[in-house]
Design a protein around this ligand. Structure first.
Ligand code: G16
Length: 556
């Protein structure tokens, strides 16, 4: 970086002073805070995005969103060249940039990092960053700050993709870097055509119970806007979108996080909807859960969470693979034994993990955060990952997809109309419908709907795959949540000392009791999760561990 470039950066950084007395941290999913204190952070993440683009010689994404959080919050995160989350190796750099006290300090950090990472400003492709934002009112000015940050690196280009869902932006980054068509129109096209393909491959005679209308709660966020667009061109699914943002407040009494945590109907739903198949997205449409409204229950719902979506996807894929493997057993040429695995976190309901294992699936556990699950899922030929909160997707290895392409061609000429060809085509369609960059509520919804139609299942039948163990989640405000340090995929607390032993004593009192605490990476709280054989027991366990957390860590 020459002197002229350095002075441009110093001038522009001076326009974005950081707020006093705030410490920022690149958490579970980027920086998140009250929107009014985020300008300098977003500006600095713009710089980081441009540097990341130069380093990787690829297009990088920058998304302005606080996803499931309150409307007055906002946040910023980076999508790496494959559309995945920012490499964890760069997170400490993001932290130090965000917390640099003044422009000189900022410049010094950048120069050191550029040297350490050997980032070459001359010779290669210039930086290019795709920008997106959700519908939060603060998004527009924060996006401007991000552009200024990007442009403070001489020659860097910022491309504004407008108001998009978080998964759309990740998808666009991935597609651009693969040299594929990457506009929003292309995203819709791919989703609609692969959904159609799955419907066309439904076995004759599958019942049509799911042709009935379904309802989507769009959390008053960007997902509703996009569903309205899709609705105009999609056939084979009758759906109504509620909470589209025209009246209510983003994520306020609506959306996937609310529905999954509170287990009650979101605003806009009532007993008139009893028995209907309903789905909830979160504020930036990267999470999806399903539910039905229970009769005579004052707003209670039957939740069909991320674990059940995972189970549905894994079962469907396993079924297609075994059809293909039957052909392998008949000693056809070119066989391939695909390694299928599923990835969950400690929040996964114990009953789901038992069910998946009994179904013969390999289950791996990681800490909370898509970045961890995604990384593990990429170890398989087909890796299905989901958090109970509805964030997840399916990853296909390039080896497996290349084999599948060849197999489809072979079967297309030797075994037209065969079950094997149909199974191979279904897997290919899934790999196109699902967003392989990141969990995507829209593509997830259409895949759930296609599979339910394929199976001829109602939401009730799907929900009966297994019975969830009763669970409860609570939040505890403490003085310093970073004092909680966990191990073993967040199932154990190693600090403060003594608390894990105390949790164990409480948990042992309840049949099928399981409980853990962990610091949230998106909110200033410690989260408590408890499950047990009865709801009252899960509630009691959660509240006694919440009290314990309060005693050990001090309340706010
Ligand atoms: C983000 C992450 C998810 C995580 C969630 C809650 O979701 O992408 O992986 O489960 O935060 O994280 P925590 O419990 O650490 O606050 P979203 O939908 O807010 O982007």
């Amino acid at each position: 970086m020459n002197h002229q470039q350095q002075s441009i950066l110093l001038d522009s950084a001076a326009r974005f002073p950081p707020p006093q007395g705030v410490k920022f941290s690149y958490g579970t999913s980027g920086f998140r805070a009250e929107a009014s204190i985020l300008e300098s952070t977003v500006y600095r993440v713009g710089i980081l995005a441009a540097l990341r683009s130069i380093k990787t010689q690829a297009v990088i994404g920058l998304m302005i969103t606080a996803s499931h959080n309150h409307v007055s919050d906002n946040g910023v995160k980076i999508a790496d060249p494959g559309g995945e989350m920012l490499s964890q190796q760069w997170e400490p750099f993001a932290d130090s940039l965000a917390n640099a006290s003044d422009p000189e300090h900022l410049l010094q950090l950048i120069l050191e990092f550029v040297k350490k990472e050997n980032i070459q400003f001359e010779g290669g492709k210039g930086a290019e960053v795709l920008l997106g934002r959700d519908t939060r009112p603060s998004g527009e000015s924060l996006l401007e700050a991000a552009k200024q940050g990007i442009r403070s690196i001489v020659g860097a280009v910022a491309v504004d993709m407008g108001v998009v869902t978080t998964p759309q932006l990740h998808w666009m980054v991935r597609a651009t870097n693969k040299g594929e068509k990457a506009s929003e129109h292309d995203y819709f096209d791919q989703l609609i055509s692969s959904f159609r393909c799955l419907l066309d491959l439904i076995p004759q005679g599958a019942q049509s119970s799911n042709k009935e209308k379904m309802i989507v709660d769009a959390a008053n966020g960007v997902g509703g806007l996009k569903l309205e667009v899709i609705k105009k061109s999609i056939h084979g699914l009758n759906f109504e979108v509620r909470n589209t943002g025209k009246e209510g407040v983003l994520n306020d009494g609506v959306g996937a996080d609310f529905v999954q945590k509170e287990k009650v109907t979101p605003y806009g739903f009532s007993t008139a909807d009893v028995g209907m198949r309903c789905a909830s997205l979160d504020g930036d449409a990267d999470r999806l859960v399903y539910f039905t409204v229970l009769p005579n229950s004052s707003g209670k719902i039957e939740l069909v969470d991320g674990d059940k979506i995972l189970s549905l996807f894994a079962l469907f894929i396993k079924e297609q693979l075994s059809i293909l493997e039957e052909a392998n057993n008949k000693k056809v040429n070119n066989s391939y034994e695909a390694h299928l695995g599923v990835v969950q976190t400690a929040y996964a309901n114990g009953a789901s993990t038992d069910y998946l294992k009994q179904a013969g699936l390999e289950v791996v556990l990681t800490p909370t955060g898509v970045k961890y699950l995604h990384e593990k899922a990429a170890d398989f030929d087909i890796g299905v990952y989901f958090e109970a909160n509805g964030h997840g997707t399916i990853l296909f290895s390039s080896n497996f997809l290349s084999w599948l392409d060849v197999r489809v061609n072979e079967l297309g000429s030797t075994a037209k109309g065969s079950e094997q060809l149909k199974a191979a085509l279904r897997l290919l369609a899934v790999s196109k419908l699902i967003n392989q960059a990141v969990g995507d509520a829209l593509s997830g919804l259409f895949l759930v709907e296609a599979i339910l139609q394929h199976m001829g299942w109602s939401i009730h039948k799907w929900n009966e795959l297994y019975n969830d163990l009763p669970s409860r989640q609570l939040k505890v405000k403490v003085v310093d949540r970073t004092a909680v340090v966990t191990a073993n995929a967040e199932t154990e607390v190693v600090s403060p000392p003594g608390i894990q032993e105390a949790i164990n004593v409480l948990t042992a009192k309840y049949p099928r009791g399981r409980c853990f605490i962990r610091p949230s990476g998106t909110e200033d709280v410690v989260r408590v999760y408890a499950e047990a054989s009865r709801q009252q027991a899960a509630d009691d366990l959660a509240s006694s561990v919440a009290k314990l957390t309060d005693q050990f860590l001090g309340s706010h």
